[in-house]
Design a protein around this ligand. Structure first.
Ligand code: MEV
Length: 440
């Protein structure tokens, strides 16, 4: 029997939980108790979270950590990071500290243009469509004035609208390709509202355009939606220092270190299998800050990976070089972020994260996020090209294993002491816990 239900969304939260636990769990009471354990005792706060999405049954926690000591453009910052993966915050903090004594991070926003498109089908003469668009273009602006008024006051608005002929890709397929400046908001609602008005204007004006035949007047709008690919909304983060200044505990020979580090990047530049993992490490930093600041990490992920493939093959987002004995390591990524609107004023932890960053503008947030990505990439490559990743990783993972086995304080002390001098692996830790417990 399939477990289906009509009108689930109309049930109360209790009823939803009762149905889902009865349908899927061998021990519904236990499932109910787990779900309720994660409810917030502050009813107002719980209601706020319940209403972020639909059919809410509980809260799903992800830790919020902090990576301090980030020297960025000459100023120290503490970066909030929401992430479930152990080692990421530790790695960011380590990289921050490392670079704080070597000039810190430099970050620059290169441009901030957002994109949206009206995708439509026009069956007819393209020269007529081109003249129609030229004559109608101002109408797209005037008809969206009520939407753009406030954004214009903040210095943003519609930058341009182009007619794009895409018939070489798909028969009769055209676009209105529009660009926007959305200042401190991510701009999704603003852009989509403008686009839906463009679509309306497009259809209405086509009906009144005398040079069009009846078939040409009948423009079919397929959809109007922003693009999460924003290759002209780019931020650059960089670190650099004389090669010899890189000397440290695991970097006895800085020149050899840097050469191997650059080689690792060159591999990610040419080899997609490595590039994906390399960029995943960058996204560990980027997503964690994007999430902590209430931004849309799916949009950021999709856009960044498209950017990583912009030259036809998936490649590294970061690059490095040595010039005149100066090592430079940098990345450029597209980031459409907001510090107003959306979750930013709703989610108490998002507000707190933004306050920790001293209430940044969207441009400043782009810089923090890019720096977190670069720091993460530096930490990963540094480990990979020196000690190997598992050394630090498994030490952090040890905690998760100890929690999984509900190790008590005494066991934790003994286990940590033992694994200071032994290689941590899941099976080795389990075996050791079992031995300990057998001998007690
Ligand atoms: C793990 O989350 C991220 C790394 O795999 C990144 C990399 O390989 O560069 C360590």
């Amino acid at each position: 029997m399939p477990n289906t239900i009509a009108g689930f969304s109309k049930l109360s939260k209790e009823e939803k939980i009762n149905w889902i636990t009865a349908a899927y769990f061998s021990n519904p009471q236990e499932a109910i108790s787990i779900l309720k354990n994660y409810w917030n005792s502050d009813e107002k706060l719980q209601k706020l979270h319940d209403e972020f999405i639909e059919n809410t049954i509980s809260n799903f926690y992800i830790p919020l950590g902090v990576a301090p000591n980030f020297l960025i453009n000459g100023k120290y910052n503490s970066i909030p990071m929401a992430i479930e993966e152990s080692s990421v915050v530790a790695a960011a903090s380590k990289a921050a500290k490392f670079w704080s004594t070597r000039g810190g991070f430099k970050a620059t926003v290169i441009n901030t243009e957002k994109i949206g498109q009206v995708h439509f089908i026009f069956k007819g003469d393209v020269t007529k469509l081109t003249s129609f668009f030229a004559q109608t273009k101002t109408k797209f602006y005037t008809n969206t004035e009520s939407i753009t008024k406030n954004m214009q006051k903040r210095g943003g608005g519609i930058l341009d609208i182009e007619l794009r002929d895409k018939t070489n890709l798909l028969p009769n397929y055209y676009q209105l390709h529009a660009t926007f400046e959305t200042k401190d908001s991510m701009g999704a609602n603003f852009i989509n509202s403008c686009l839906e008005q463009f679509a309306k204007t497009l259809k209405e004006e086509a009906q009144n355009y005398d040079s069009f035949s009846e078939e040409e007047k009948d423009i079919e709008v397929v959809m109007s939606i922003l693009s999460n690919y924003v290759p002209n909304c780019i931020v650059r983060a960089e670190v650099s220092c004389p090669v010899e200044d890189l000397a440290e505990k695991h970097i006895e020979n800085p020149k050899a270190f840097v050469e191997r580090f650059i080689r690792a990047i060159q591999i990610a530049e040419v080899e997609p299998f490595r590039a994906v993992t390399h960029n995943k490490g960058i996204m560990n930093g980027i997503d964690a800050v994007v999430l902590a600041t209430g931004n849309d990490f799916r949009a950021v992920e999709a856009g960044i990976h498209a950017y990583a493939s912009r030259n036809g093959s998936y490649s590294s987002l970061s690059h490095a070089k040595i010039e005149n004995d100066i090592f430079t390591f940098w990345l450029e990524v597209p980031l459409a972020l907001g510090t107003v609107g959306g979750l930013t004023s709703l989610h108490p932890l998002v507000k707190l994260s933004l306050e920790m960053l001293e209430n940044p503008s969207a441009k400043e947030l782009m810089q923090f996020v890019a720096v977190a990505g670069l720091a993460q990439n530096f930490a990963a490559l540094r480990s990979l090209t020196t000690t190997g990743i598992q050394d630090g990783h498994m030490k952090m993972h040890l905690n998760n294993i100890l929690n999984q086995f509900e190790a008590n304080d005494e066991e934790r002390v003994l286990i940590r002491k033992h694994f200071k001098h032994h290689v941590v692996s899941h099976s080795a830790v389990v075996e050791y816990i079992e031995t300990l417990r057998r001998t007690v």
